[in-house]
Ligand binder design. Structure first.
Ligand code: NAD
Length: 261
């Protein structure tokens, strides 16, 4: 369904981004990867996604999403290497958990830069090409925390609410073109970013990791289970496939019922 399309997916060496890259590659898109990791992890991701595209290593940009120049260069690299950037998935993100009074300024700056500003710089760089080719898909991986808050995540919640707002503005600006811009708002997804939050909760409350997961991390997720990476990736794939053109400016929840409660 994505044959002939090209896709740039930020933060695709791990977790949700990697899952989206795999599903889009299997659907026939040419995919460029981005993200950090040990050299062997990056090589493995390139080989795996490359195999799903029919062989060879998937192209990769090492751009740091906290640096606007590198974000712009990444989009240009995608347009040069793949001939276009038809699909942009803004997925790279980090988390940090602390009460607001103790929240380190440097963590605030990093989360706003990586989770919010990078989306702006990438969209700004990619839209002219999408307009020229008269087709495009921007998919921003926001979060349930783009719609509601939890304590101790001030930078993350602020950034993700910003992503949802940015999504709506871009959607309005492209509304009369065959380009769409949408956000996906996952609940807790089984990835390194979320799994890292279980152990500190277990220690804080003096319970097992199993209990910490169910009673504390997934406190607000009525399904009481992890969302799987592929359950988020399939939403991203659908937004880029045929029949999705009427969905624009939406914040689509994939959260086991969190926002319904
Ligand atoms: P992850 O830690 O598994 O993957 C994050 C990816 O971003 C990695 O590839 C990492 O290398 C990359 N990255 C981090 N900083 C970067 C930088 N400065 N420049 C370039 N790449 C960078 O995390 P994940 O859970 O897959 O998260 C992906 C996105 O989904 C994030 O935006 C996150 O906020 C969002 N999200 C995750 C969950 C969850 O529960 N896991 C829930 C809602 C939203």
């Amino acid at each position: 369904t994505l044959a002939g399309r090209t896709a740039l997916i930020t933060g695709s060496t791990s977790g949700i981004g990697h899952g989206i890259a795999m599903q889009m590659a299997r659907a026939g898109a040419k995919v460029m990867l981005n993200g950090f990791g040990k050299p062997e992890e990056i090589a493995a991701a390139r080989a795996e996604v490359g195999a799903a595209m029919g062989g060879g290593d998937a192209p990769y940009s090492a751009a740091d999403m906290s640096k606007p120049d590198e974000v712009r260069a990444m989009v240009a690299d995608c347009e040069k290497t793949l001939g276009a950037c038809d699909i942009l998935v803004n997925n790279a993100g980090i988390q940090f958990v602390s009460p607001v009074e103790e929240f380190p300024d440097a963590k605030w700056d990093a989360i706003i830069a990586i989770n919010l500003s990078s989306n702006f710089h990438a969209i700004k760089a990619a839209l002219p090409g999408m307009r020229k080719r008269n087709w495009g898909r921007v998919v921003n991986i926001a979060s349930a925390h783009g719609l509601v808050a939890s304590p101790y995540k001030v930078a993350y919640v602020a950034a993700k609410h910003g992503v949802v707002g940015m999504t709506k503005v871009v959607a309005l600006e492209v509304a009369q073109t065959p380009i769409t811009c949408n956000a996906i708002c996952p609940g807790f997804v089984r990835t390194p970013l979320a799994e890292a939050q279980v152990k500190p909760l277990a220690e804080k409350h003096g319970v097992s990791e199993e209990v910490a997961l169910r009673d504390y991390l997934l406190e607000k997720q009525p399904s009481k289970r992890w969302i799987e990476v592929d359950e988020v990736a399939s939403m991203a794939l659908w937004l880029c496939g045929p029949g999705s053109g009427g969905v624009n400016g939406a914040a689509l929840s994939v959260d086991g019922g969190w926002l319904a409660a």
